[in-house]
Write a protein that binds this ligand. Structure first.
Ligand code: MG
Length: 242
């Protein structure tokens, strides 16, 4: 009996899926589709593919931009937070659409900002929050919030461990002779639901962003907030130059 228990324990503990993401079978959901993955959208022709699951060639470490990112590549075309924030090699400006798919772990014993926290930063400066905010009355620091700037119009979150999507339309701020003449704007679809409609970016940097000169181009940054958040299928379509 004991030997079977040990073998079973080894199998279960050795299973990455089990070790990373607990079952959400005990989680009560408002509607069944909250436990169903959002539809994955392939990169359209002409898109810049930032992550297709094969490698991290487009990404470097935030704190050591000469070094390729060390996030874990997992089966299923997935990368998982590991070893600090990562940024794209390429810097962006002007208008673009960014598609990101992500999922957060089920952390029933954690709460608030400690529950599946990561984030997608535009130009490395403005965070669209990634967090387990399922079922909450969302604030500007919850999932889909533009951190400390705007709360989502509605909470469009799916349950933790379920794949979700962001489609972000971004326009960088405009400057003339170093003076800001127009702020940046963000529209966000979360799982296909519009949660921000051309929101004005009222700051030059949100918490833990790269900062720097806001008139300069910046990378896409994915945040390591210490939780094993996963990403897949990330692509970007440039619309207009600055
Ligand atoms: Mg975050």
């Amino acid at each position: 009996m004991r030997i079977w228990f040990l073998i079973l324990s080894a199998v279960v503990i050795g299973s990455p899926a089990f070790a990373q993401y607990e079952s959400i079978a005990d989680l009560k959901v408002a509607k069944p589709e909250d436990k169903q993955d959002a539809k994955s959208t392939p990169a359209p022709s002409g898109a810049l593919v930032l992550f297709d699951g094969k490698n991290l060639d487009q990404w470097v470490k935030r704190n050591d931009p000469k070094t390729t990112a060390t996030w874990k590549l997992l089966d299923g075309g997935i990368m998982q937070v590991n070893g600090g924030d990562i940024i794209t090699k390429e810097l962006f400006d002007g208008s673009f659409t960014l598609h990101v798919e992500f999922r957060v772990p089920y952390m029933p014993k954690a709460s608030g900002q400690g529950r599946g926290n990561s984030g997608v930063y535009l130009q490395g400066r403005y965070e669209v929050q990634v967090l387990d905010s399922y079922g909450l009355d969302s604030k500007d620091n919850d999932c889909g919030g533009i951190y400390t700037i705007a709360k989502p119009l509605v909470n469009a979150c799916k349950a933790p461990t379920v794949w979700q999507t962001y489609d972000i339309d971004y326009t960088s701020p405009k400057f003339v002779d170093g003076k800001k003449t127009e702020p940046g704007h963000i529209t966000v679809l979360h799982n296909g639901v519009k949660i921000h409609d051309n929101v004005t970016i009222t700051k030059d940097n949100t918490t833990s962003g790269l900062g720097g000169d806001p008139s300069k181009p910046g990378p896409i940054l994915l945040q390591d907030h210490g939780n094993p958040v996963q990403y897949r299928n990330i692509w970007l379509v440039k619309k207009t130059a600055k």
